[in-house]
Write a protein that binds this ligand. Structure first.
Ligand SMILES: [Zn+2]
Length: 281
């Protein structure tokens, strides 16, 4: 009985770390790219960029994004800290994004879902790691239109390692899943570009589908594409009806791939069996 609260608290804490990745990884990468580009062009880095504080995922500690004041440990407890301060910084009183408690809550929900559906064991922990990486990718893509290689590529390798350790008979399907996952979106991208002259998606999307192919095997790719394209179409149409200025704006595809990935990772086995039965009849 003690297990479920423990799993939920673990998920909330991991969700809190996902928040750090979401907030810090994009500016860390932008700075790195800027410095590399300047080095390649033999130029001095932009003084504005050089002035920015050096960040990594561990330092400095949590602070208010508006006023920079460090957040006391008792205000930094997942979810409770946000509720205790009613969503405002203890120092400057400015609102703190609702994204923080929502991502923590999503971390807790994913941990409970993986434990309930898969069980609490090393393979379950690995699945939770994949689900949380998808959470970070989905929110980063929504905010910045980036799917960083430092998340998608390790997710792909981790998927192959997961198969090797926990279901070695699936390893061949996983390698094909990674290859076809990348290849099918690459073909779609170039086909769409040749016909319309526009870019329908980015290379990060190919790498993310390749990673999901590694975790789920090539058999899951049609299901992943149907789920993500279907959800993307419904949300896209609803968003354009609700907010007319979104019309014609590019929409990130990563969050829908992540959503399809969660569904397939959590409910994949029964879903795939049902859908293969459907194909055979
Ligand atoms: Zn503040």
């Amino acid at each position: 009985m003690l297990l479920w609260p423990l799993v939920a608290v673990l998920g909330l804490c991991l969700g809190s770390f996902v928040n750090v990745v979401i907030a810090r990884l994009p500016p860390m990468l932008m700075r790195q790219w800027h410095e590399e580009a300047c080095a390649a062009l033999d130029r001095d880095p932009d003084p504005e960029v050089a002035k920015l504080p050096h960040l990594n995922l561990w330092r400095p500690g949590s602070h208010c994004p508006r006023c920079g004041t460090a957040i006391a440990w008792h205000d930094n407890i997942p979810l409770l800290g946000y509720l205790k301060r009613r969503g405002r910084c203890a120092h400057c009183r400015l609102p703190i994004s609702l994204r923080y408690p929502l991502v923590e809550l999503a971390g807790g929900a994913l941990a409970v879902a993986v434990a309930a559906i898969h069980g609490v064991d090393p393979a379950g922990l690995a699945l939770l790691g994949a689900c949380l990486t998808l959470l970070a990718l989905a929110v980063i893509d929504l905010r910045t239109q980036l799917l960083p290689d430092v998340l998608t590529l390790p997710l792909l390798w981790a998927g192959l390692l997961y198969q090797l350790l926990f279901q070695p008979l699936m390893l061949g399907d996983a390698v094909l899943g990674a290859m076809f996952g990348y290849g099918v979106l690459w073909l779609f991208y170039w086909g769409f570009k040749l016909i319309t002259g526009k870019e329908g998606m980015g290379y990060g999307d190919f790498k993310l589908l390749a990673a999901l192919g590694a975790w789920l095997g090539w058999q899951a790719l049609p299901l992943l594409l149907i789920l993500s394209a279907g959800a993307g179409a419904v949300v896209g149409i609803l968003a354009q009806l609700a907010v007319p200025r979104l019309r014609g704006q590019p929409m990130p595809f990563g969050p829908f791939l992540a959503l399809a990935g969660w569904i397939a990772l959590l409910f994949g086995a029964p879903l795939l069996a049902a859908y293969q039965a459907l194909l055979l009849t």
